[in-house]
Write a protein that binds this ligand. Structure first.
Ligand code: ZN
Length: 133
């Protein structure tokens, strides 16, 4: 079941500079930074009240974040919805003919399990589902 918004993912070219900007603009808190090799990104997690923002920097030119920035520039990359069972969501969506990027849940930041739907499934919005351990 989908429980609500987990975070907003924002693609950035310079993680340190983007962090400074966001923290100054919002008065938020930097929780931590982490490299997620499976997704080819370095992530900085910021909280602003209940809102969680993940700033994403590409680790290489082949990273999806590098391709996104090359095509569209920096900005909102995806919305992440919290689920209590990512694999069952993916199975349900596949059965309902939604186009998926991941048919199998995979490791995300902070020891979560994640799965992405294709943006063509939801009117141009890339949606991630996140399951906390
Ligand atoms: Zn995310």
């Amino acid at each position: 079941m989908i429980r609500g918004l987990h975070h907003i993912g924002i693609a950035v070219a310079d993680l340190e500079e983007a962090c400074d900007r966001w923290l100054t603009a919002t008065g938020g808190t930097l929780l931590h930074t982490e490299i997620v090799e499976e997704q080819g990104v370095e992530v900085a997690v910021i909280t602003v009240g209940d809102l969680r923002i993940e700033l994403l920097r590409a680790l290489s030119e082949s990273s999806p974040i590098a391709k996104f920035i090359a095509a569209r520039g920096e900005g909102i990359h995806h919305l992440a919805l919290e689920s209590d069972g990512v694999q069952s969501e993916l199975d349900r969506l596949k059965a309902a003919s939604f186009r998926l990027i991941d048919e199998t849940a995979r490791p995300g930041a902070e020891e979560t399990r994640v799965g992405f739907m294709h943006p063509r499934s939801l009117r141009g919005v890339l949606v991630e589902m996140v399951e906390r351990r």
